[in-house]
Design a protein around this ligand. Structure first.
Ligand code: CTP
Length: 400
């Protein structure tokens, strides 16, 4: 079988050096990569580096090797175009259909999926012109990854950093796996909650749970790769932000509720993968609770937390909004799952059987997805991403 053909567009930003790592990952995983840098990109990393790492010729202009008509052929033959880093300038050109060098010509002739990994200063990313260009590109089906937050060129920090090349690679791999055509979640906004809430009762202690957040992160990553705008409400996960995803960190169930309800206002789908504490301590001691010699400890009184899933399902922010819950059950999985689905009023319930070494913190998962329409989708043991893809398949089918 032919290797998948990937065009790696590199534009003129300091993060161009990180694209070498992306290129290496793509070639080592069996992709035939043609690097198309802009003239500005070559100020940061030279053509010999791109050529040596890709094993392919490198040109920036349409005037090289004209007999091969590269300005149309490279785009026509590509299975994926990824632009990393993508400057504000290339986003503007792509959004408006300008074609003044080999990369922008390639973007106009490509009919395959296109991924942009922007990197720029926060002011440029937040400028209304860039916001509109990004919205235009996403509307047309391009995957525009959200930049990461962190150190920028010079002394500045903020949003605009190129996402980790490993993250960009993962997005590329998933977009390629889905093939040509518009990604099925393009133009959709989805909200995912992940992790486990912590309910403090003094400044150093909390009631928590063992949810790692990995399933929620897999859901967020896969939705972004399928073209969705993703808000990930992350409770105490301690994992790096997935590329292409807006992350809202929270601590308690009450904070998680506020963040999820806010994001759900214009969402097409909400997936509650977070383990939300059903109860929180009734009181919070502003000073650390001390043990007292000869005295039994005070019991911790609890109060109920709001059931966010049930609340959202009962009062949908938008007509047709798809709401998905998760449930962990130790026995009678189907009967307990069906009862919970009915009680919560959601459209889909992903039921995990929990037990020794199952689910918590592991890379793998096994589940049964129950639908309010009576459907049952068994998900065999496999990576959390595979389960995530099935959840989005079921969500996408309900959005149509
Ligand atoms: N959930 C929620 N708000 C809560 C508790 C749970 O939104 N206060 C959501 C979780 O994110 C998850 C689903 O509901 O999607 C899981 O519910 P679970 O805690 O298992 O349900 P309970 O009704 O509390 O069931 P159990 O009696 O088994 O604890």
């Amino acid at each position: 079988m032919d290797k998948p053909k990937v065009v790696l567009g590199v534009t003129g930003g300091i993060a161009a050096y990180k694209a070498c790592e992306l290129l290496r990952r793509l070639t080592e995983s069996g992709h035939d990569v043609r690097v198309v840098p802009t003239a500005s990109a070559l100020h940061f990393v030279g053509a010999p580096t791109w050529s040596a790492l890709s094993g392919n010729p490198v040109s920036t202009e349409v005037w090289d090797d004209v007999h091969e008509v590269p300005h149309v052929r490279i785009g026509q033959h590509a299975d994926l175009v990824v632009v990393a880093p993508a400057t504000a300038d290339v986003l503007a050109k792509a959004a408006h259909g300008l074609a003044d060098d080999l990369l922008t010509n390639t973007l106009l002739t490509a009919r395959c999926p296109v991924v942009f990994a922007p990197a720029m200063h926060t002011e440029m990313w937040e400028h209304p012109a860039t916001r509109e260009n990004v919205a235009t590109l996403r509307r047309r089906g391009a995957v525009v990854i959200e930049p990461a937050v962190g150190r920028l060129t010079g002394v500045d920090t903020g949003k605009g950093r190129l996402p980790d090349p490993v993250e960009i690679f993962e997005v590329c791999r998933r977009v390629l796996a889905r093939g040509a055509g518009e990604p099925d979640l393009a133009g959709r906004h989805v909200v995912v909650s992940a992790g486990g809430t912590r309910e403090p009762f003094d400044p150093v202690r909390f009631l928590g749970n063992r949810s790692s957040g990995k399933q929620g992160y897999a859901l967020a990553r896969t939705a972004a790769a399928r073209g969705a705008r993703v808000t990930l409400v992350a409770a105490n996960t301690g994992m790096p932000d997935p590329a292409g995803v807006d992350v809202v960190p929270v601590g308690t169930a009450v904070q998680l509720r506020e963040a999820v309800l806010k994001a759900a206002g214009d969402a097409d789908a909400v997936v509650m993968a977070a383990a939300v504490a059903d109860f929180r301590p009734a009181a919070y001691a502003t000073g650390k609770i001390k043990k007292k010699d000869g005295q039994e400890p005070e019991p911790i009184a609890l109060v109920r937390n709001p059931d966010i899933l049930a609340e959202m399902a009962a009062d949908r922010a938008r007509p047709g909004q798809v709401i998905v819950g998760f449930a962990a059950e130790t026995d009678d999985v189907v009967a307990n799952g069906r009862a919970k689905l009915a009680r919560k009023g959601c459209d889909l319930l992903v039921v995990n059987e929990v037990g020794e070494r199952k689910t918590f913190g592991s890379e793998e998962n096994e589940a049964l997805v129950l639908g309010a329409d009576g459907s049952e989708t068994p998900v065999p043991h496999g990576p959390k991403e595979a389960l995530a893809e099935i959840v989005w398949d079921l969500v996408a089918a309900r959005l149509d």
